[in-house]
Write a new protein. Structure first.
Length: 356
C-alpha cells in the first residue's frame, strides 16, 4: 500500500494528541504488549482524514445514505450475501468520490487484501455474465458507510461491504482500532475456465490450512474431528461472535514446525489489515497461544468439501468451501470480545464514569 500523506490538519492533530499525558501512559502500555502505539495513532489520523475527505465530497442526498449516528443499530448490521444494503454504493459515486472511498479502504487494509477484494469484485462481474443477471451480480453494489464523526481522537466507525466482502472498523477514543468482523469470500474459489481462469483470490487461506491439517493428520494427530463438514461457517453474520465447541488440537499438542504453520495461517487473516493493526492482533494472540486450537472437518484432498476453524479465548477464524461442488469459499475473522469495538467501548465508558 502506498503511504498516505498527512494533511496539515492531520499533523496538527497528531501533535496535539501526543501532548495529552494519558497518551504517554498508553504508549508505554502498548509497547509492553508488543506493538507500537504511536504508529497505531497515525492510522487513526489517516482514517479520520480519509473519511472526512470522502464525506466532504458528497452532496446532500449522498450524505443521507453514507452517514449514520455512531449509536445506530445499522453499525453492526453486517452481511456477506446479495441483499439490500445501506450506505452509499459505488454505482452512485462520481469518479473522484470513488477515489476517495478507495483511499479510505486503503487506510485499513493491506496491499495483499486490496488485491483480494479487487479480485472478489471482479468475480462478481463474471458471475453476472455467467448467470445472465448483471443487476444481481454487480461489482458497483459495494457500499461505504460512516458512523459518527470521524476524528483522530474520537469514537466513530466505518464500513465497506458488498457480496462476499465485509470490512468493519471501529475507532474508540483515538486509541483503539477494532477491525472485525472481517469477511472475504469467493465464488468461485478457483476459476477453471474463461477469461479469469486460474484465479484463486483466497488461495493462501485454503492452502495453508490444508497443508497444516495434512501435516498433523500424517503425524497421527486427530485434527480432523468429523468427515462431514457443516454447510456454512457456524457464526454466519451474527452481530456478536461466540465461542464454539473446542475441536481439533491445541497448539500445545503440536511440534514447533506445526505451531509455526498455525501461526502462519493466523497471520494470513490478521495481515488482511495494515501492519500496525495486524501487529496488535498478533501480539494479543501470541500472548495466549497455548489456548489456540485448530480443527478440520471434511476431506483433505484438493477439491474435497471442507470446513476449518482456529480459535482462542479472544478470537475465531472460520472457513468453509462447500457450495458449488466445493468451489465457493467463505472466510471470516472475528474478535470474541472486540467485534465492532465492544470491549474497548465498554472500557471507554467505564473510564469516563471513573473520571466523574
Amino acid at each position: 500500500m502506498k503511504p498516505i500523506l498527512l494533511s496539515a490538519l492531520g499533523v496538527a492533530t497528531l501533535i496535539s494528541a501526543f501532548q495529552i499525558t494519558s497518551q504517554k501512559a498508553w504508549a508505554k502500555e502498548t509497547a509492553a504488549a508488543g506493538y507500537d502505539a504511536a504508529k497505531l495513532q497515525i492510522v487513526t489520523i489517516e482514517m479520520a482524514d480519509a473519511a472526512n475527505a470522502f464525506l466532504k465530497s458528497l452532496d446532500g442526498e449522498q450524505t443521507k445514505k453514507a452517514r449514520y449516528p455512531f449509536e445506530d443499530k445499522e453499525r453492526d448490521n453486517w452481511n456477506f450475501v446479495p441483499t439490500t444494503r445501506n450506505g452509499l454504493p459505488i454505482k452512485e459515486m462520481k469518479p473522484e468520490q470513488r477515489d476517495l472511498a478507495r483511499k479510505l479502504l486503503e487506510t485499513g487494509m493491506s496491499a495483499s487484501a486490496l488485491v483480494k477484494i479487487d479480485t472478489i469484485m471482479a468475480l462478481e462481474k463474471l458471475l453476472g455474465e455467467i448467470e445472465n443477471r448483471p443487476d444481481h451480480r454487480d461489482p458497483e453494489k459495494y457500499f461505504t458507510t460512516i458512523f459518527g464523526e470521524p476524528s483522530a481522537t474520537g469514537t466513530w466507525g466505518w464500513r465497506f461491504e458488498g457480496h462476499h466482502t465485509a470490512v468493519n472498523f471501529t475507532l474508540v477514543g483515538g486509541k483503539v482500532i477494532s477491525a472485525t468482523p472481517s469477511f472475504l469470500a469467493a465464488n468461485r474459489a478457483e476459476t477453471r475456465e474463461g477469461r479469469m481462469k486460474g484465479t484463486r483470490p483466497l488461495a493462501r487461506e485454503e492452502d495453508l490450512a490444508r497443508a497444516l491439517a495434512t501435516l498433523l493428520q500424517e503425524a497421527g494427530k486427530p485434527v480432523v474431528y468429523t468427515e462431514k463438514p457443516p454447510a456454512e461457517i457456524l457464526t454466519g453474520n451474527e452481530r456478536k461472535a461466540r465461542q464454539l465447541d473446542p475441536v481439533g488440537l491445541l497448539s500445545t499438542e503440536m511440534t514447533d514446525k506445526q505451531k509455526e504453520g498455525l501461526l502462519t495461517l493466523i497471520s494470513e487473516y490478521a495481515t488482511r489489515h495494515r501492519k500496525e493493526i495486524a501487529d496488535k492482533d498478533m501480539a494479543k494472540i501470541k500472548a495466549d497461544f497455548d489456548n489456540v486450537r485448530f480443527g478440520w472437518a471434511g476431506g483433505l484432498k484438493k477439491g474435497d468439501a471442507y470446513y476449518y476453524r482456529v480459535q482462542g479465548k479472544t478470537f475465531l477464524i472460520e472457513a468453509c468451501n462447500i457450495q458449488n461442488d466445493a468451489n465457493h469459499i467463505h472466510t471470516v475473522w472475528r474478535d470474541l470480545e472486540g467485534d465492532f469495538g465492544r470491549d474497548a467501548l465498554g472500557n471507554h465508558m467505564k473510564g469516563h464514569k471513573d473520571d466523574h
